[in-house]
Write a protein that binds this ligand. Sequence first.
Ligand code: ZN
Length: 139
Amino acid sequence: MLIFVVLKKPTMQLLKGSKLYSIFTGTCPVCHKGKMYMDRNPYKFSQTLKMHDRCSHCGTKFKIEPSFFYGAMYVSYAVGVAISVAIFIIAYFFIGLDRNYTFLAIIGVLAVLLPIIVRVSRNIWINFFMKYDKNKAKA
Ligand SMILES: [Zn+2]
């Protein structure tokens, strides 16, 4: 994912074992090894939401109940608002755009980031319910 690309592997290794690692890399929330998504690239729109049923490493079932990921909608609302506020502050106060252009900048950035927001929201949601397990990571 984007942040993963920016921070590069050595930095992400420091986060291993924390929920942030699973959230930013899209890996299994329990072992941090198996991938949750069939395709790493969220911008292949036909693949954005395609997930493995179970973790290839530890066998954790990702969709723990039917419609489990509907709850990620609430998370994506919060993530969207957080990004919008950040874009507003940057565009309006730092760049000095007027209100209309600031509004367009928010819409544009949200549209471009949509696939990432969708995935990060799912990652945050599943991390509410599962936590890292050292033993499962080793096995
Ligand atoms: Zn796993």
